[in-house]
Design a binder for this molecule. Structure first.
Ligand SMILES: [Zn+2]
Length: 232
């Protein structure tokens, strides 16, 4: 993965230095929705070096420091400290959350007869007929069964989307643009400026953090050159 995942067009209000909205493609929207799928442990780990306000950092530290002798044998601290994401979107590499193995890559086995048992152990013994369960059967995931085109992510790629400063996402339309400008009382379009920016590693990390603490996320991530997030 290159340093920049995608680019987006920002409509900036020059007068008060705020982003009115961003015109974005599927990749960026997928990344935004991907944030919602992250386990809270993964988010806490993401900001371990510059912890968020609140106690999650301390909670995370507690299990990290807990001696293994207190942890159940069938569990590992790793499942809490490094939770995996089962969602697959192109931009997820930006946040370095480990991927869960999709079920489609798992192998299942059964006996050679008509018993109704499957196992993930190729040396298993069938509870029905006591024969070995060594015949591999193909697993069809619900996603693979539905998706004939096999698009990854959450949203369709054929349309352009608009994302507001507070991360409200909707399909781009002229009408909603005009309504929005009206709502923000922007009468003079001369105050508006178009700006194209890259979305990469640095922005990818700033965005989820900003979204946890404020409403003007895009402005903070793309316009505030000084790192205002540090002082939150
Ligand atoms: Zn059997």
């Amino acid at each position: 993965m290159t340093n920049s995942m995608t680019s987006l067009k920002l409509l900036v209000n020059k007068r008060d230095r705020k982003i009115v909205f961003a015109e974005v493609n599927k990749d960026f929207v997928d990344f935004l929705f991907y944030i919602l799928t992250l386990p809270i442990g993964a988010i806490t780990k993401l900001f371990a070096k510059e912890p968020l306000a609140g106690s999650l950092g301390d909670l995370y530290q507690s299990i990290e420091n807990l001696n293994d002798m207190y942890v159940l044998q069938s569990k590992t601290k790793d499942t809490v400290l490094n939770p995996k994401s089962s969602t697959n979107v192109p931009g997820q590499d930006l946040l370095l959350v480990p991927k869960d193995l999709p079920p489609v890559d798992r192998k299942f086995y059964k006996c050679a007869y008509h018993c109704k048992y499957v196992t993930d152990d190729p040396k298993g013994v069938c509870p029905g007929c006591r024969n070995s369960m060594s015949y591999e059967v193909a697993y069809v995931s619900t996603e693979a069964a539905k998706d004939t085109v096999n698009e990854v992510g959450f949203v369709k790629g054929v349309v352009t989307y608009m994302v507001m400063d507070d991360l409200v996402v909707k399909p781009m339309s002229t009408i909603s643009t005009i309504t929005l400008l009206n709502k923000l009382s922007i009468k003079d379009v001369c105050v508006l400026e178009e700006k194209e920016v890259q979305f990469g590693m640095e922005e990818g990390l700033k965005l989820p953090k900003a979204s946890l603490v404020c409403k003007n996320v895009l402005t903070r991530v793309f316009l505030d050159s000084e790192d205002h997030l540090e002082i939150i």
